[in-house]
Design a binder for this molecule. Structure first.
Ligand SMILES: *Cc1c(COP(=O)(O)O)cnc(C)c1O
Length: 380
């Protein structure tokens, strides 16, 4: 048996005729950048995320979404941005590119998300933005700290690149906080492997502050409100019609695909529990109130993580490590002066985490075979 970490072909099959019919229209029209397809996709995202009209701004990637968000928060050299060291590089890369300083806070060993209490303690006179990540598709409990950050005059930018559609159900179901819509600006990625992924690069920023939204719209086209007149220096970061049209088709299936991911996560739990492997591995959990979308299903392996990974890979199961090196220990961030031991939980996770295949169309038999092999490895 060969089980890939992600097989996009399985869900693409469902939408292929619709995608190809739409592509034909786009090629006939020969209109490729921004335009009606992008506008429609933005509108549909606003509806999906229950945001006001005009609050979604599509751009060229998740990285650009973060960059645009930080530019709209006026991040300048010397500013500090409080963030997590246990995430994909782009979260910190964009801070550094603007000359600002990533200030790290360790993560929680259960949710893998940034420790919110510790984040509050890191605020200094130079702090401008708090940039948490909703890692692997599970939201941080932002409602607990939002007012404190705002009270200190800081902006909250959410890296929701892995969490489109993830939410927290609060006040006995009376309120739903959706990832990316709680802070001042939310950032999404539509990189092909994300839970809402295109057939190329893509991203989006959202904000309920429509004045800020207007500024973000200008920033994505070189700071220009009227073509060839520039109020400030922006970047070139536009989504194209082809990506927008494909993403718009995929968005219609997202709720159903998310449900499949959640069912697969439940089934992993059932299978691992039946194998009695609790002493060797820790399963991911859902924080109270959360609807985890399982962008990744990441277990922790106390000992022999790398040996288990090799064993599974050799037997046809593609499992991966996200992420093998905490950002505070990356060579490019040496100048920040962090050292090993500064963020023990993040460092522990880099040694213990293992991502298992999870995607729409993953078969129960594939999950069964994988878990059986994990059992074989520990009990042999
Ligand atoms: C993927 C990702 C990004 C960057 O998105 P791109 O579209 O690849 O530029 C940023 N942050 C996190 C947490 C991500 O997973």
């Amino acid at each position: 048996m060969a089980v890939p970490i992600l097989d996009l072909a399985r869900s693409f099959g469902e939408i292929k005729p619709e995608v190809f019919a739409t592509l034909e229209k786009i090629f006939d029209a020969q209109s490729f950048i921004l335009g009606a397809y992008v506008k429609d996709f933005e509108t549909h995202c606003e509806k999906y995320l229950e945001l006001p009209e005009g609050s979604a701004i599509a751009c060229a990637s998740g990285t650009d979404a973060l960059l645009l968000a930080l530019m709209a928060c006026d991040i300048k050299p010397g500013d500090e941005v409080i963030t997590t060291p246990f995430t994909f590089f782009a979260t910190s890369g964009t801070i550094a590119r603007l000359g600002a300083k990533p200030v790290y806070v360790d993560v929680d060993p259960v949710s893998y998300n940034i420790n919110l209490d510790q984040a509050l303690n890191k605020i200094t006179s130079k702090t401008k933005v708090f940039l948490p990540v909703h890692l692997f598709g599970q939201m941080c409990e932002l409602e607990k700290v939002l007012q404190e950050f705002h009270g200190k005059g800081l902006k909250v930018v959410e890296d929701a690149a892995q969490a489109f559609g993830s939410c927290r159900i609060l006040d006995e179901g009376k309120r739903i906080d959706r990832a990316g819509t709680v802070g001042d600006i939310g950032c999404y990625s539509f990189f092909p492997t994300k839970n809402l992924g295109g057939c190329g690069d893509g991203g989006m920023v959202v904000t309920k502050d429509l004045t800020l939204a207007e500024r973000l719209k200008k920033l994505r086209v070189h700071g220009s409100g009227t073509t060839y007149y520039h109020e400030e220096v922006g970047i070139n970061s536009r989504l194209d019609s082809i990506q927008a049209a494909i993403l718009d088709i995929k968005l219609k299936h997202l709720a159903e695909w998310t449900e499949q991911r959640r069912k697969a996560a439940d089934y992993y739990r059932l299978l691992f529990t039946a194998q009695g492997l609790q002493e060797f591995i820790t399963l991911p959990t859902e924080t109270e109130g959360n609807v985890h979308i399982y962008h990744q299903y990441v277990i922790r392996v106390k000992d022999k993580r790398d040996e288990l990974m090799r064993f599974l890979n050799d037997n046809g199961f593609a499992v991966r490590v996200y992420y093998p090196l905490s950002l505070h220990l990356q060579p490019c961030f040496k100048y920040l002066g962090y050292k090993e031991g500064d963020f023990p939980v993040s460092e522990m996770l880099t040694r213990e985490v293992l991502a298992l295949p999870i995607f729409p169309g993953l078969e129960a038999t594939e999950q069964e075979a994988l878990v059986e092999n994990v059992g074989k490895f520990f009990k042999q």
